[in-house]
Design a protein around this ligand. Structure first.
Ligand code: 4AD
Ligand code: MG
Length: 462
């Protein structure tokens, strides 16, 4: 049976006979034998195999084992005399599945830029950094499910094709039922662009929140975890057109409960990743950002800072830091402001609450001042916003006023209003940008490098 290399590196014992399959990372030829490091993606380190010249077809086989070639090696584990590795594999048989022409194989031994690796996105998972990123991404996803499942939350699958603009920000991609390049527009076959999803208008969802609210009104505590889409043409290192979001929604819960859950959630995920991917996290700390381990420690062991939007504005006004964008009560916080608060002032993740109603979505619960809403954003050093959430408006009359005031049509939200008409309860939830969290944990500078197939302006290769 083929063994995973991560498992062998941890538990493999000398004298065990094993088979591994993977891709050649490096080859060092010596007179009597060659060292070939094989990596199967299960861990940062590959397994060193030692191929002796008395193996049949030695010279021909070694020639074919250039970096990138796929290979199966069977043999016996032995203690390694080399530094930095406990065991190595003394090969008995080597089978080459596919060669990788050394002249044209794009991944060379040197360090490549992340921009270059994005251009060869189909191969970049074979590099140390992207390998570590995608393993950590997998661990974060596992931790997310585990966290909510342990607490009795129901995972609900919300639709990707949706009729409503949850955020009201007009950033939705329209879904068309036709491939216009294949449906020639003739006089007898006209496409009505406003109703081209089988006679209705539909979009790619920007958030599963409204559907999660529906489910929370029957199952109490639920969460979504799936792709969401934003048609914002922002070419930044923190925005994607397609990103994954985690959205818990809790019935019988207020903003305090929401903040408690969010903080416990982030602590849990960091702890889980530190325990399951220690080598990868060590690698990020060494090669990408030397504050990664300290940040993880800070998240796990310290309480997050909390500040109201109004107090945050006062802090920003007092700061001597020159900001590009204006700071004024009533304006939204820009990422430079969020970063100042989390990075320079509080020096840890910071929960900002009670934003002006005017800059937030219609569904957030109005405070008694009639001016601010029960919103909370969690902003992190280096990244800015990673979580956006709120207590929802559960009062039918207030919600109707808010929908109308934002220029939205009450008729479009009849089902959402019904939830307030029949058995309404205080409820709250939040949305976590999955890629922003992976970026925060790994220190990766560009969000396009923490998702296997980034969708962003100029980025649809596959
Ligand atoms: O703050 P947002 O827009 O909130 C919502 O969508 C709410 N419906 C969530 C809820 O209460 N259930 O988005 C939530 C998070 C942001 O904090 C950010 O981390 C991430 O989603 N996000 C993006 N991530 C990558 N690329 C983009 N274009 C993003 N836009 C938002
Ligand atoms: Mg937000």
């Amino acid at each position: 049976m083929t063994r995973r290399i991560a498992d062998l590196l941890r538990h493999g014992q000398p004298t065990e006979t094993v088979t591994i399959k993977g891709w050649v990372r490096t080859k060092r030829e010596q007179k009597e034998f060659s060292f070939v490091e094989v990596n199967d993606g299960s861990s940062m380190a590959g397994l060193q195999t030692v191929i002796n010249q008395d193996m049949p077809d030695y010279a021909a086989t070694i020639k074919r084992l250039s970096t990138g070639a796929s290979v199966e090696v069977s043999g016996t584990l032995v203690e390694s005399p080399a530094k930095g590795q406990r065991i190595e594999l003394k090969a008995d048989t080597v089978t080459v599945y596919g060669e990788a022409d050394a002249e044209t194989y794009p991944l060379q031994k040197k360090r490549h830029s992340f921009e270059f690796l994005r251009d060869i996105g189909h191969l970049r998972g074979r590099t140390n950094t992207l390998g570590a990123v995608f393993r950590v991404r997998n661990a974060v996803a596992t931790a997310i499910h585990q966290f909510f499942q342990e607490r009795g939350f129901l995972w609900v699958h919300t639709p990707i094709i949706s009729a409503s603009d949850c955020e009201g920000a007009g950033e939705m991609f329209t879904v068309t039922g036709f491939d216009l390049s294949k449906v020639p527009l003739t006089d007898d076959k006209q496409v009505d662009f406003s109703r081209d999803f089988f006679g209705k208008h539909a979009y790619l969802t920007v958030s599963g929140q409204l559907e999660a609210e529906i489910m929370a009104m029957a199952f109490s505590n639920v969460y979504t975890f799936g792709p969401t889409f934003r048609a914002e043409n922002s070419n930044t290192s923190r925005h994607l057109a397609e990103f994954w979001m985690v959205e818990p929604e809790m019935a019988f819960c207020d903003l305090d409960g929401d903040m408690e859950l969010a903080e416990a959630f982030l602590k849990y995920v960091f702890q889980f990743v530190m325990e399951t991917c220690p080598e990868d996290m060590e690698f990020f700390n060494q090669r990408i950002d030397d504050s990664i381990l300290a940040t993880a420690d800070n998240i796990i062991n310290n309480e997050f800072a909390r500040v109201t939007y109004t107090d945050a504005i006062a802090l920003l006004e007092k700061s001597s830091k020159p900001f590009e964008y204006p700071v004024e009560w009533g304006l939204d916080l820009q990422s430079e402001h969020e970063r100042y608060l989390a990075e320079d002032h509080f020096k840890k993740p910071t929960i900002i609450t009670d934003y002006p109603a005017k800059i937030k979505a219609f569904y957030m619960r109005m405070n008694d001042d009639g001016n601010t809403v029960r919103a909370m954003d969690i902003v992190a050093p280096k990244i800015g916003e990673i979580i956006g959430g709120s207590q929802r408006e559960e009062r039918l009359d207030v919600l109707e006023q808010r929908i109308t005031a934002q220029g939205l049509d009450l008729a479009d939200y009849w089902w959402y209003l019904d939830l307030r008409r029949y058995g309404t309860v205080p409820h709250a939830g939040f949305g976590l940008g999955f890629e922003r969290l992976v970026q925060f944990m790994t220190g990766m500078g560009n969000i396009r490098d923490v998702i296997p197939f980034p969708r962003a302006p100029q980025e649809v290769e596959f």
